[in-house]
Write a protein that binds this ligand. Structure first.
Ligand code: AMP
Length: 421
């Protein structure tokens, strides 16, 4: 008995023709990373669960509710990575990279996993491209990374993406702010959802992330973290803003943007789009400085900044623009009669070896059906091979978009196609 098994809820297939948009997105990301001197780092999709608990934070939604955690056969607790920063820091520490180079700049691209509620632009397996820079405490590092993201958006032709900035200050001074936020939230306890009542005590910053309209209304009146910065953190934040202006990158300071992850210090930022194709999933990326994380995960005291972009959301934006066309073959070879099939097979193989994208219909069939297939393939030219062509060594290169066929010698096809590519 046959049984149809569906894909996992929230985990989507990326198939042709959409894959062309994904490939364009990835190529633009790689090219932009190259220009900025970032190098690729690849880590496994699963890590020791403790890595995310320690770094992302136990009281965050990501760790508390959304992780795919399981035991392997030896009883270890592993989790599918919900984000890319902690795994890269783990690798950076494990391979003692700081001892080899004072500044390290890495990028990554891969699937992340969070058990979230599905909606447009929000999945349980989703793709992130990220960049991380270790070893620089100067504000120019944030500026460089924001510039990198903006240059990538520009390379993709996505010009409606804006930057929001905030400073979360330093852990030493954050305590004072957290206490004032906590007393404010306690005073509005009855207006908060049950979860935020709990967050008020455990991790009050997380109340800013709550989607509940009642909680949103409360935090709209909450004290702003930007009012409670140390002189140093404030000066740092001002330099980031000045440098962004210097580069002509518009931004808005949003004191309520605290990001859903615990490890951030000082500058945090998000990239947002109001394009309706994203529904309510308007954040296309986010990141910030995390100067304590490398040390917390057992490495030397190393400042760091990073961001991650949601590739699924960039895909939706790019797809809606309709500018990416799937690559098409240059030539379709059809056979006029059965006896020419082997010669056609050999010709196609020869042209492919020479680097041309060439198609044929391995099923054979009538010339009419082959020509239909040629049209559907989007090939620029078709060539019909029969005993006449094989005997004379000459054939007609027929432009499928219309126009006069061009006679040429079969042994000169490679160069003829190269000239037309
Ligand atoms: P985060 O660090 O959680 O802010 O994630 C960075 C970016 O990844 C977000 O701005 C989104 O664009 C994207 N992202 C996060 N979670 C999801 C998800 N479940 N599905 C699709 N994209 C996501």
């Amino acid at each position: 008995m046959s049984q149809r098994i569906s894909g996992v809820k929230g985990m989507i297939d990326l198939l042709p023709p959409d894959i062309a948009v994904w490939q364009a997105l990835e190529a633009a990301a790689r090219e932009t990373f190259r220009r900025f001197g970032y190098e690729e780092a690849r880590t496994p999709v699963a890590e020791d669960t403790a890595l995310f608990v320690r770094s992302v934070g136990e009281a965050t939604d990501i760790v508390g509710k959304e992780m795919y955690t399981f035991q392997d056969k030896a009883g270890r607790s592993l989790s599918l990575r919900p984000e890319g920063t902690a795994p890269l820091v783990r690798a950076y520490v494990e391979h003692a990279v700081a001892q080899r180079e004072p500044v390290t700049r890495w990028w990554y691209l891969g699937p992340m996993f969070r058990y979230e509620r599905m909606k447009t632009g929000r999945y349980r397996q989703f793709w992130q491209a990220g960049a991380e820079a270790y070893g620089v405490s100067a504000p120019a590092q944030e500026t460089e990374l924001i510039d990198l993201a903006m240059q990538l958006f520009r390379a993709l032709g996505l010009d409606g993406i804006r930057v929001e900035l905030n400073s979360l200050g330093d852990p030493e001074t954050r305590g004072v702010y957290l206490e004032s936020l906590r007393s404010f939230l306690r005073a509005h306890r009855s207006e908060l959802c049950a979860e935020c009542q709990e967050r008020t005590e455990k991790n009050p910053l997380r109340v800013f992330d709550c989607k509940n309209p009642g909680c949103q209304a409360v935090v709209a009146g909450a004290p702003a973290i930007t009012e409670a910065l140390s002189d140093e953190a404030r000066a740092h934040f001002e330099v980031v803003q000045r440098q962004l202006s210097l580069l002509g990158i518009p931004f808005r300071v949003n004191p309520r943007m605290v990001r859903g992850i615990d490890y951030y210090t000082r500058t945090a930022f998000e990239f947002l789009s109001d394009d309706p194709v994203l529904g309510t999933a308007s954040a296309v990326g986010g990141g910030g400085r995390y100067d304590r994380l490398v040390k917390e995960l057992g490495g030397p005291d190393t400042p760091a900044v990073g961001w991650a972009l949601g590739m699924d959301r960039l895909f939706l934006l790019l797809q809606a623009k309709g500018v990416v066309q799937p690559a098409r073959p240059v030539l379709f070879v059809a056979v006029a009669e059965e006896g020419a099939a082997d010669a056609a097979l050999a010709l196609v193989s020869r042209l492919r070896r020479a680097g041309h994208r060439v198609e044929f219909d391995a099923r054979g069939g009538s010339l009419k059906s082959q020509m239909k297939r040629a049209d559907k393939s989007g090939a620029a030219y078709a060539l019909v091979l029969g005993s006449r062509e094989l005997t004379s060594g000459e054939a007609q290169l027929k432009p499928l978009a219309g126009g006069e066929p061009v006679p040429l010698r079969l042994d000169a096809l490679e160069s003829a196609l190269a000239a037309r590519r």
